[in-house]
Design a protein around this ligand. Structure first.
Ligand SMILES: Nc1ncnc2c1ncn2[C@@H]1O[C@H](COP(=O)(O)OP(=O)(O)O)[C@@H](O)[C@H]1O
Ligand SMILES: [Mg+2]
Length: 409
């Protein structure tokens, strides 16, 4: 386990950015780490960031298409999106490895536009660790401190503390090639954190690890971030990883922020169809609002095939085209028709997939749609009763049905 940062004494680092041969002294930036989460709302503003690339084929790719995010002090912010959506580009422009075409980056009120990468109080952890193979673990971690001229006794103490923090005390003499992938990634983290950056940028740092190690590292990294008081901007394409680790998630697609919110915001109330499908599994039903029951806060939507479904009403007028989002874990397979207040659907079981803790039941609900139900089976008898071809009834609570505006086109 990572150790809390409290015991460490990195009050006044002289050096805040190191990347291979580039080193910068930047002692003018005050490094207080006593501010509370969210206190400085305008800590790092990504303001209307634009960046386009000319491809060799002659087309223009809008890698960043008007991105605005107010990064909070001390938060764990995740940039989540599919490959090619602009995550790495955004991270590179924050680090200063790439310039923006338009927009600005503002750190505590000061534009970073004219500040070169090695003068920004940021540090990047890469997916491939980028450790020096000929140096041992301690030397790798000490490198930035050495270049900054930190005295030997101070340096050795700080390296020792950093090793302890990432749970690698006793490994200082090993070469990177004598470590597992997870251990190498911890060394890369220690090497960055020993320099006490204001913001740590992490580009898919766990993606090279196997599943078990990745899950362990997710918890440890999150705990570490909590204790060090450094803002983390973490990039991943893995929605489970984003949900598990983040204070907030920015869901990106085609260079645009689709939604910015807490993991529960993004999962429970996706802003649009892209988010509903990319984060978790969704059952989506299109329709039009045909009835509103203001006293019960319910609306009825009618699908193109005349099927009527109820949902908790939001601010949609009668006649609005909407999509209803139902998560598979909110659907229940029921026997009786008497489910007062519940929404219901009928269908025929297509596939039953046993995944251990639950069974995934794919049900043809008759209007060209398949509903996916995650069914918790507590008895083998019930598990066996749900077979392909069986007619079933599905119930859901209208309050778990989330409505989004239907998109055109
Ligand atoms: N140097 C470049 N030249 C041309 N196109 C690029 C360059 N870098 C990135 N792109 C394009 O910009 C888009 C965003 O890329 P990237 O930020 O690497 O995405 P992600 O990290 O989310 O996978 C992609 O379409 C990619 O092909
Ligand atoms: Mg990338």
């Amino acid at each position: 386990m990572f150790k809390p940062y409290k015991s460490l004494s990195y009050r006044k680092p002289k050096i805040l950015f190191v990347r291979t041969s580039k080193v910068c002294f930047f002692s003018s930036i005050k490094t207080t780490r006593k501010f509370s989460r969210g206190k400085f709302m305008g800590f790092l503003q990504i303001a209307s960031a634009h960046k386009a690339y000319q491809t060799p084929e002659g087309t223009l790719v809008r890698a960043l298409d008007d991105i605005t995010i107010n990064v909070r002090s001390n938060e764990f912010l995740t940039l989540l999106g599919p490959s090619g959506c602009g995550k790495t580009t955004l991270l590179k422009t924050i680090a200063g490895f790439e310039d923006l075409d338009g927009g600005d980056l503002i750190l505590e009120g000061r534009s970073l536009k004219a500040v070169p990468a090695h003068h920004r109080p940021f540090n990047t952890v890469f997916q491939n660790y980028a450790l020096f193979p000929h140096m041992n673990v301690s030397q790798n971690i000490a490198y930035g401190l050495d270049v900054a001229g930190v005295k030997k006794a101070d340096r050795d103490r700080r390296v020792g503390e950093a090793l302890e923090m990432v749970g690698l005390s006793g490994y200082g003499g090993r070469k990177p090639s004598q470590l597992s992938g997870g251990q190498q990634q911890r060394v890369a983290l220690a090497r960055s954190l020993v320099l006490k950056p204001r913001v740590l940028l992490l580009d898919e740092p766990l993606s090279a690890l196997d599943r078990k190690m990745r899950e362990t590292m997710q918890i440890e990294l999150k705990n570490l971030q909590n204790s060090v008081g450094i803002t983390f901007i973490f990039v991943t394409h893995d929605q489970e990883e984003a949900l598990a680790m983040s204070d907030r998630i920015a869901v990106l697609s085609h260079g645009k922020v689709q939604q910015l919110g807490s993991p529960t915001d993004v999962y429970d109330t996706p802003a649009n169809e892209f988010v509903a499908n990319f984060v978790g599994t969704s059952n989506l039903f299109s329709g039009r609002i045909v009835e509103s029951d203001a006293s019960r806060g319910l609306v009825t939507i009618e699908t193109a095939n005349g099927r009527r479904l109820i949902a908790k009403g939001r601010d949609f007028a009668n006649g609005s085209a909407v999509k209803m989002v139902l998560r598979p874990e909110h659907l229940r397979l029921v026997d009786s028709e008497e489910f007062e207040g519940a929404g219901t659907l009928e269908g025929r079981v297509k596939d039953v997939i046993f995944v251990g803790s639950v069974i995934h039941v794919h049900i043809d609900v008759g209007f060209g749609r398949t509903a996916i139900v995650h069914h918790h089976h507590d008895r083998a008898g019930i598990r066996n009763a749900i077979e392909a071809g069986a007619n079933v009834r599905i119930a859901y609570s209208p309050s778990s049905a989330h409505l989004i505006a239907a998109e055109r086109g």
